[in-house]
Ligand binder design. Structure first.
Ligand SMILES: O=C(O)CCC(=O)C(=O)O
Ligand SMILES: [Fe+2]
Length: 226
């Protein structure tokens, strides 16, 4: 099923497409107050400007050039740990792994900043570096998140509202490329409008993604770096 075309902009649906097995959305994963607290926290930290969008890396560092994870670990800000990691941990069905359960050295957390007009090219997160199960929390603004399956070109877009936790596991993680177009507006399903959709201007979006480094943390020492 192809997305309806309008000026070539795919329609972003409000619900996770059932065709993308392993894709789950958890709306209002944090409250508006918690979102503000997380944004304040992130904005108080230094940014890495190596690539087009600004990033922050906690836990193990991912090298964008050779697609490997370094050995050193940067402590996670306490607010990210409390409001995201610990909350994911108490809902074991959310992710195939537990981010705060003493698996020290195995977490990789990236904060991405997307000003309006900035996106991320289609990709599958490196198989050799990360385990199954990737979570991403949207803060500040939403975006249309596009998934395309390599085997048959199936193509779906879903709207990620602010405060929503996206989880990609199984097929969604391994068989579908994901991307965010570098647009200033998204075309989003809107059931009350006559056309059934509306243009939504992009606002600055921050995503906090959690991944687990492959093969690490299996022999815990009981110490935690964050
Ligand atoms: O911004 C997001 O939610 C996704 C980020 C992403 O795909 C990545 O860092 O690999
Ligand atoms: Fe990704």
């Amino acid at each position: 099923m192809q997305p309806e075309a309008c000026h070539g902009v795919p329609l972003a649906n409000l619900e996770a497409p059932s065709a993308v097995e392993g894709l789950a959305l958890h709306p209002d994963f944090v409250s508006e107050d918690e979102e503000r607290e997380l944004l304040r926290t992130v904005d108080a930290q230094p940014w890495d400007c190596t690539i087009r969008r600004r990033t922050q890396h906690y836990g193990r560092r991912f090298d964008y050039h050779n697609k490997t994870v370094g050995d050193e670990a940067t402590p996670l800000p306490a607010e990210i740990r409390r409001l995201i990691l610990e909350r994911v941990d108490v809902q074991p069905a959310l992710l195939p792994w537990r981010p705060a359960a003493g698996r020290e050295g195995s977490l990789q957390c990236t904060v991405n900043e997307y000003p309006p007009g900035v996106g991320i090219a289609p990709h599958i997160d490196t198989h050799s570096a990360f385990e199954d199960g990737i979570a991403s929390l949207s803060l500040g603004g939403g975006c249309a998140f596009r998934l395309r399956r390599g085997s048959d070109g199936a193509d779906h877009s879903v709207w990620l509202p602010p405060r929503c936790l996206l989880v990609m596991s199984g097929a969604a993680r391994y068989e579908w490329q994901h991307s965010i177009s570098g647009r200033k507006f998204d075309r989003v399903e809107h059931r009350e409008s006559p056309a059934g959709w509306e243009w939504v201007p992009r606002e600055r979006r921050i995503s906090v993604t959690l991944r687990r480094v492959l093969g690490s943390g299996t022999a815990g020492t009981g110490q935690s770096a964050w």
